[in-house]
Design a binder for this molecule. Structure first.
Ligand code: GUN
Length: 292
């Protein structure tokens, strides 16, 4: 079997097109321009690229984009003061503080200072709880992107599918499990202590890999016909491209998996582009809820 490639880049482009239309309607019919503030502390190059892309795409869909770049030695008190200021700012409907933060800052404290009404990452305890019981509000961006790709692939109906999620992070694994449960999947969350991992994965109709370990999931771990969503983005050496060169790979050994799976997301161009598109979708959600 050669798997269908699930084109997250194209899906995200179409989603951003729909969001652009929605933003235009919010402006013309309700006088609201959704605004997203992104905050980065320090100079981590990967985080800088992510944040620049978020700010750029925010402006491209017609939203107001507010970018705050703070030095690595910013005090926790100063960061909390900025978050409070953004909480109170009427033109800001979404606040994203890029993680990871420098070690001297208490990440939990920062997250808990974000007004849940503007928490477009869905990191605050209030919003995590809302997702769990199915109340309206923002939904974790990467899991939401994965869910959209899966719903599209299965024509909207995931009922009864056995989904195995690899990884139990607050960012991906746990919210992914909640969303798939809401869509009537049987959900298994596997992690670093799971016994006989390959056997567990082999039971899955849907595999969501979010462990951050390059090409860990092998082709022979998969049930023939499984649908594979690869959340991993790992930079690894690529000597075949020349000395010192690198490339991006996922958590799934793509070439092997594509021989067994019925559909698979590539890396790059799969889940990655969906995350930012879903961040923009969440900003529309919060802007609409804030304005009643
Ligand atoms: N760092 C890596 N991914 C994310 C994300 O989705 N949101 C935030 N705030 N930080 C991140």
């Amino acid at each position: 079997m050669t798997a269908k490639i699930i084109d997250g880049k194209l899906f995200a482009e179409n989603l951003r097109g729909a969001i652009t239309g929605h933003v235009a309607r919010l402006k013309s019919e309700h006088g609201i321009t959704p605004g997203l503030a992104v905050v980065i502390v320090g100079e981590d190059p990967a985080s800088q690229v992510y944040v620049s892309n978020k700010a750029k795409q925010t402006a491209e869909v017609g939203m107001n984009s507010f970018k705050h770049e703070l030095p690595a030695d910013t005090s926790e008190a100063d960061l909390l003061a900025l978050v409070e200021k953004l909480n109170a700012h009427p033109a800001v409907h979404g606040i994203l503080v890029q993680l990871p933060l420098p070690g001297h800052i208490d990440t939990t404290k920062v997250i808990e200072t974000i007004d849940p009404a503007k928490d477009v990452d869905c990191f605050t305890p209030a919003n995590v709880g809302k997702v769990q019981i199915g109340l309206p509000g923002p939904v974790s961006c990467t899991p939401l992107g994965c869910l959209m790709l899966l719903r599209d692939h299965f024509a909207g109906d995931l009922t009864g599918k056995h989904a195995v999620i690899l990884g139990r992070s607050n960012l991906v694994g746990k919210p992914m499990a909640q969303l798939l449960l809401r869509d009537n999947c049987t959900v298994t969350v596997a992690h670093s202590n799971t016994q006989n991992l390959a056997d567990v994965v082999r039971q899955a109709d849907i595999v969501v890999a979010a462990v951050g370990r390059p090409e860990m999931v092998r082709g022979d771990w998969l049930k023939p016909g499984a649908v594979v969503i690869d959340v991993g983005i790992n930079r690894v050496p690529a000597p075949e491209k020349g000395e010192g060169k690198t490339k991006l790979v996922g958590d799934v050994a793509y070439a092997e998996a594509a021989e067994v799976a019925s559909a698979i997301t590539p890396v790059p161009g799969g889940v990655g582009p969906m995350t930012i598109a879903c961040l923009l979708a969440n900003t529309i959600t919060t802007a609409s809820l804030i304005n009643g």
